[in-house]
Design a binder for this molecule. Structure first.
Ligand code: 5GP
Ligand code: 5GP
Ligand code: 5GP
Length: 208
């Protein structure tokens, strides 16, 4: 009997709010391809274990190869933009994500499948629209954690985890949103375990 071992239990699918990456003390740099849209961007698709630990850098013999995702490149530039400094075209961010995380799910998804899966999950989980339908908009206002979570749960169908960071004046703000995905990389699921980390009681949603 053939038995394919999956070396992880589920994925975190993580999207970042560009306004909250950029308004910190550290600031940000727009990609060489231009300022991204005011929308959530993909950070990564991260294999994880049920106990909260996770594998990383699983196969140094399978480096990122842009040729393997040539057909996805314009979609990646739009939906998976890099905001780190100095400005880049995205290749070093995607390289980092593939090599640290993607190689740990290569028994399930090859490079093309991995990036394709993340792009497709983002379409299934339109966070900006989910929040907007509950009156939660990137207007610099403060919103409660429970309202943010409920809006996403209602529109997307699954409970998210919210990660906060702090703006240059120290206010807690909506930085990243985590959803969980089964080991095929295709279906959202309820999270078996949530990450850790605290947000303030009021969470700012800054503009971008
Ligand atoms: P931080 O320490 O800033 O939360 O995370 C730094 C990096 O560690 C993340 O960008 C990600 O690569 C990795 N990381 C943090 N938490 C998790 C997790 O729960 N699961 C996985 N797979 N990676 C994580
Ligand atoms: P992680 O290890 O947390 O998955 O990925 C974070 C790494 O990707 C850091 O080395 C960071 O500098 C780089 N990076 C490049 N562009 C971005 C971006 O737009 N957002 C985040 N969070 N990290 C980025
Ligand atoms: P509860 O399980 O009662 O919803 O929350 C327990 C604690 O976890 C509370 O302090 C609550 O603020 C925090 N918490 C609940 N959901 C999230 C989340 O998505 N992100 C973060 N950072 N904290 C959360």
């Amino acid at each position: 009997v053939l038995c394919v071992s999956k070396d992880f239990d589920f994925f975190y699918f993580v999207q970042q709010w560009p306004g909250s990456y950029c308004d910190t003390k550290q600031s940000c740099c727009y990609p060489t391809t231009g300022k991204p849209a005011a929308d959530f961007g993909i950070h990564g698709l991260w294999p994880n274990y049920q106990d909260g630990n996770y594998p990383q850098n699983c196969d140094s013999k399978n480096p990122f190869n842009p040729d393997k995702v040539a057909d996805l490149r314009s979609s990646m530039q739009k939906n998976w933009p890099t905001l780190a400094c100095p400005s880049g075209n995205g290749v070093s961010f995607w390289t980092h994500e593939w090599e640290k995380h993607g190689t740990c799910s290569e028994s399930v998804l090859d490079q093309h499948g991995y990036f394709q899966a993340a792009l497709s999950l983002q379409k299934q989980a339109n966070l900006l629209q989910a929040l907007a339908s509950a009156g939660i908009n990137p207007d610099g206002g403060s919103y409660s954690m429970s309202n943010i979570k409920r809006a996403i749960q209602e529109a997307v169908g699954f409970t998210p985890w919210i990660e906060c960071n702090t703006d240059a004046s120290g206010n807690s703000q909506l930085y990243q949103i985590y959803l969980c995905v089964d080991t095929t990389g295709k279906n959202l699921i309820e999270c078996p375990v949530f990450p850790k980390g605290k947000c303030g009681s009021d969470i700012e949603f800054p503009s971008f």
